[in-house]
Design a protein around this ligand. Structure first.
Ligand code: COA
Length: 415
């Protein structure tokens, strides 16, 4: 079956996580992703967090499916010529080097446009233009600079980073959207363009509701935050709100049966206004439905500790899955805290292709996350990541190099 991005050729200069997440998505949508790696070395993550000696790491394999790998040093004379041919050949170039690295290779945006005016050049950096534009940035730096860390954690605790890689994978997602949008505009304009995505901006975009709350503070306390009900005064910046729900509905993480021995025997429980009567019935407090001290969200605000203690007295008698089974049919939103082990074993996720088993010649079988975006006319098959330089000869032949040219490039250490 033709894939959504069949025929689109991506010159993939990405490394580590943010850029590779983006190009992996494009590959799953059917683009031909040509990953350019430094001869003999490759993407540094190939050899980071190695669990099977001698084999590419899970860090690398899980971020580089469905790509082809070519080794090439564009800084060498012969390598620059080959790289120029690749720019002519491709539709999109993606990179997430430290600021200025591509310019230092001799391939500025102006030069790239000269070579191929239809080229879409997409780039991830830590920061956009400004005081920090020259900084190298990793995940947690972006989470801190993008407003996530200051708003995550308990009110009386340290700022916290989250396990979700919102700086790296989150920015990769933003970049992928920028690329397909630019590809669409090119169908009308005939021109390429530059797509920039800063990790700070990507994180901030995901923290939009916290900037909302920053401005609401001017109008008084944020009443849906637990801190308000406890009478703790607000400062001048959006505070950390523990496990309060960001949408303004009181929510907490509560213990379930087995919590004493299982770190993940918990459920997220939201006491949404519409679900309140059902909550009262489920937890055995039907009298709270009509009692003016409990029947309205406003009345409950100062009693949230008592309310959630009553809910927890019930959730502790149920497993997190029993809580879900009891609450879902009556429209009470709950979320079991699933461990990675439970997710890895989840039958539905395997069936939908969100968790996939992949076979790799060096490491054997491993689990990965498949494409979370499902297109009915463009299903994604997950193909193992390439070995370093596995497709060098194949790709160089495709762009017109003879076997003699390839041998000379190899001799000159350009590939
Ligand atoms: N052949 C020869 N040299 C190559 C090459 C190739 N195929 N590919 C890369 N290089 C060189 C580059 O030219 C550059 O050299 P230079 O600095 O001498 O010009 C170097 O390898 C790569 O540099 P850099 O990007 O600085 O790598 P790093 O490991 O020092 O830094 C990051 C890593 C992630 C911090 C940095 O790339 C960065 O800030 N990227 C932007 C933000 C980002 O994406 N961060 C998250 C990553 S998940």
């Amino acid at each position: 079956m033709e894939k959504a991005l069949s025929g689109v050729k991506i010159l993939d200069m990405t490394h580590v996580q943010s850029g590779p997440t983006c190009t992996q998505l494009l590959a799953w949508f059917g683009a031909d992703v040509i990953k350019v790696e430094r001869p003999g070395v490759g993407d540094a993550t190939r050899k980071q967090l190695v669990d099977v000696p001698g084999a590419d790491s899970l860090y690398f394999t899980m971020l580089n499916h469905n790509k082809r790998s070519v080794t090439l040093n564009p800084k060498s004379e012969e390598g620059a010529k080959i790289f120029t041919k690749l720019i002519e050949h491709c539709d999109v170039m993606v990179e997430n080097f430290a600021p200025g690295a591509l310019d230092r290779m001799g391939f500025t945006w102006e030069r790239i446009q000269e070579i191929n005016p239809r080229m879409i050049y997409a780039s991830v950096k830590g920061f956009g233009p400004g005081a920090y534009e020259d900084c190298k940035v990793y995940e947690n730096v972006a989470q801190c600079a993008g407003g996530s860390a200051s708003t995550t954690g308990d009110l009386d605790g340290l700022p916290l980073v989250t396990g979700a890689q919102i700086g790296d994978s989150g920015t990769g997602l933003h970049l992928a959207l920028g690329i397909v949008t630019a590809l669409y505009q090119r169908t009308h304009s005939g021109r390429g363009q530059k797509v920039d995505c800063a990790m700070q901006d990507g994180v901030l975009n995901l923290c939009r509701v916290k900037l909302r709350d920053q401005q609401r503070l001017a109008a008084g306390p944020l009443n849906e935050y637990s801190q308000a009900g406890k009478g703790i005064p607000f400062g001048d910046a959006t505070p950390r709100a523990g496990n309060d729900s960001g949408g303004g509905q009181p929510g907490r993480i509560l213990k379930c049966k087995g919590w004493e021995n299982d770190l993940n025997a918990y459920t997220y429980f939201i006491t949404q206004e519409a679900a309140w009567p059902a909550v009262c019935d489920v937890i055995g407090k039907p009298e709270w439905k009509e009692d003016p001290d409990y029947s309205t969200p406003k009345a409950r605000l100062t009693r949230l500790d008592e309310v959630f203690a009553a809910v927890e007295a019930w959730t502790m008698t149920q497993t997190k899955f029993e809580v879900m089974a009891a609450c879902n049919p009556v429209n009470i939103p709950v979320g079991p805290i699933l461990s990675m082990k439970e997710i890895a074993e989840d039958e539905s996720l395997r069936k939908s292709g969100t968790i996939v088993e992949v076979d790799h010649p060096e490491r054997g079988k491993y689990l990965s996350v498949g494409n979370p975006i499902k297109l009915s006319d463009s299903p994604s098959d997950v193909v193992r990541s390439p070995l370093l330089g596995e497709h060098t000869d194949e790709i160089l032949t495709e762009i017109g190099l003879s076997p003699e040219d390839i041998a000379a490039a190899r001799e000159g250490k350009a590939i």
